[in-house]
Design a protein around this ligand. Sequence first.
Ligand SMILES: [Zn+2]
Length: 355
Amino acid sequence: MRPKSRPAHRAFGAAILAVGLIALAVALGTAGHQAQSQPVAATVDGAEAPAAAGAAGSSAGEETGAMTTQPAPGKYRELTPEEERVIVHKGTEGPFTGKYTDFFGEGVYTCRRCGAMLYRSQDKFHSDCGWPAFDDELPGAVRRLPDADGVRTEIECTNCGAHLGHVFTGEGLTAKDTRHCVNSISLQFIPAAEVRYGRAIFAGGCFWGVEYWMQKQPGVLKTTVGYTGGTTDNPTYEQIHSRDTGHAEAVEVLFDPVRVSFEQLAKLFFEIHDPTQLNRQGPDVGTPYRSAVFTTDEEQRQVAEKLIAELKGRGLNVVTQVVPAGRFWPAEAYHQSYYADKGAEPPCHVRQKLW
Ligand SMILES: [Zn+2]
């Protein structure tokens, strides 16, 4: 049942948790990620993108006014009366009147009110219905509920409940056979070069188990298991477990900072592994299974140190390392989303509430 290179003793794992809030101008690709010395731009689809401002193109550039600034987490934008009519009172803007109906710049569409990331430009399509249409949403970003008309399915921002529009299926318009019909006025487009994903990297034993829990956290948009903290370039799973590469099994987490904070993710990290075990998690023994937070900025370092101090204050002898993030090397494809794809829960990582 295990991939051929997986050691049989591997029931527990050491995963690395490192989180970082970064101004992302480009893409966190599926090849190695530059993490430390320069701002890393990341996208949730792993596409490499030019880092330069203005890369989103001229039409998107028209959107790069003051309004593209995302509100701080927990803050709402002040709404105009027309925005309030649609977003709060579930109104509908006139067909073919919204500014994003025929707009196809590269970037992310956020909630007009709270700034949560909702849709990617890659999922937008021409529907000729008169409103912006998307055939997919970012993970967990959009909530569905029965419309008051008893027929349609309303969609709203999961984070703040802002009315977005309706979702339809069975129309056969795209391969995903889904159409989110969204009022432009409920959205705020952010050009690709200005999208700010949060990024964190954690190691806490077997990366399968750590990834499983991170994927369940609302606000997490993408996870990647891989190797970091060592010196070997392009490491393989067999290399990190057969010789001293210095790498740990780790999980890179891209998240929407409006919906989840680094601190929330770091608390989750401490709850899903045993931070008092040195260079092991249960039966998984060795430095690749060490507990570590690979921080991407000073704020993350402070948060991680604060939480460790809290746990030590409760008598826990925490051995988790807090180190600046270096390059992150994605692991082999068969390690990605292991438990989610298998439809199973990890025996190695069980959540124990600490906060
Ligand atoms: Zn919202």
